[in-house]
Design a protein around this ligand. Structure first.
Ligand code: MG
Length: 374
């Protein structure tokens, strides 16, 4: 690993693991975390979970898995350039969406509605719940027993009430303190990845058009550059060359602005980062362009009628499944019945449904509701 800044997270200044373990023989502690995440069941399920387009709609659309890998790639580039811990950012990036339900945000909203009065459902919290409790891979403990800073990075948002229940990892939300710079990088890398790949997937699906995107300055600016430099290229190649430049512009801006803020705040140690304002961020101009791109995607992609039809159907699947299991817990697989006995039928059902891939949830829906299938 290249030299780390004095305020980077390291094996030496980490708050460590909840269950003490011997140090890894060859790897760093955060490489070990990354490897535990890659070997988890929840990680493999990401391949069959929707990002925006349902997994079976086309083989080329992003899934949660390819999205997570793109986030990890961007986050590592930024972390390394700023002399921060790129093993930690990789671990956080690969784990950040583990708690997502099938069918993307539609699935999460539906499950959250089902869980009103029973603690709600939030995918960030579920990602943490998976790595802290639900994965069953080790003899000595539940979950993956990850380092504190990996868990802190996974928990992006949190209500004050929930923060109090979570103890140390929730404390920063009560004290108005920041997470590590590595965690801050993962948040921005997530945004850079999904804003840009959603433009790509939106165009590929035909839901978005190039004409519409001329109204988005970040796209139009780079598309004009590409046309000037390569007047003869068209179609997919032109789109890809444009999006490549958009990502590069955002990463370059993020690096310059973050380096400027870090220099101004001059943190000496990790604790200084926690009490400083957010040090990882876009310049004001790029933040504005990024907001405009997000607004465009919200209006033209996430609220497009074809996408809304898909999300409406997804909501019905989740509501139907939840209703069936809560009404008759005997329909749950035995391991979840045992979890229901211990922690309540609603939470056990939410854990079961959240763990489903898109296609598994549809199969389960057919098994429970299709009269032609048993
Ligand atoms: Mg994400």
């Amino acid at each position: 690993m290249p030299d780390l800044a004095s305020y980077a997270v390291s094996d030496g200044n980490s708050r460590g693991r909840a269950h003490a373990e011997p140090r890894p023989k060859v790897r760093s502690e955060f490489q070990r975390d990354r490897d535990r995440i890659v070997h988890s069941t929840a990680f493999r399920r990401l391949e069959y979970k929707t990002q925006v387009f349902v997994n079976h709609e086309g083989d080329l659309f992003r899934t949660r898995l390819t999205h997570s890998i793109e986030v990890a790639q961007i986050a590592r580039t930024v972390a390394r350039a700023l002399e921060l811990n790129d093993d930690l950012v990789e671990a956080v990036a690969l784990a950040h969406d583990l708690g997502h339900t099938p069918f993307g945000h539609a699935g999460q909203e539906a499950l959250n509605q089902c869980m009103q009065g029973h603690g709600g459902f939030e995918h960030n919290l579920q990602s943490l719940r998976i790595v802290d409790r639900l994965e069953e891979r080790y003899g000595a403990f539940d979950g993956l027993n990850l380092m504190f800073e990996t868990r802190e990075g996974i928990l992006k948002h949190c209500s004050p009430a929930r923060a109090r229940e979570l103890g140390e990892v929730g404390q920063r939300f009560l004290d108005d303190r920041r997470p590590s710079l590595e965690a801050q990088i993962c948040n921005l890398a997530d945004e850079i990845a999904y804003n840009n790949h959603d433009v790509d997937d939106g165009l590929r699906s035909g839901v978005l058009t190039l004409e519409q995107l001329q109204g988005v300055s970040l796209f139009a600016r780079h598309a004009a550059e590409v046309s000037a430099e390569f007047p003869s290229i068209a179609g997919r190649r032109r789109v890809h060359e444009t999006i490549r430049r958009m990502i590069d512009a955002q990463v370059t801006d993020l690096l310059a602005e973050s380096a400027r803020r870090i220099a101004a705040a001059a943190p000496a140690a990790l604790e200084d980062v926690r009490s400083a304002p957010e040090l990882i961020g876009f310049s004001a101009a790029m933040a504005e362009e990024n907001r405009a791109l997000k607004g465009f995607l919200r209006e033209h992609l996430y609220r497009h009628f074809e996408v809304l039809r898909m999300t409406a159907k997804a909501r019905r699947v989740i509501h139907d499944l939840f209703g069936a299991f809560v009404t008759d817990p005997r329909l749950l697989p035995p391991q979840y019945q045992a979890m229901a006995d211990a922690g309540g039928i609603e939470r056990a059902t939410a854990d079961y449904i959240a763990g489903m891939t898109d296609r598994y949830s549809m199969r389960e829906h057919r098994r429970l509701f299709a009269v032609s299938e048993f």
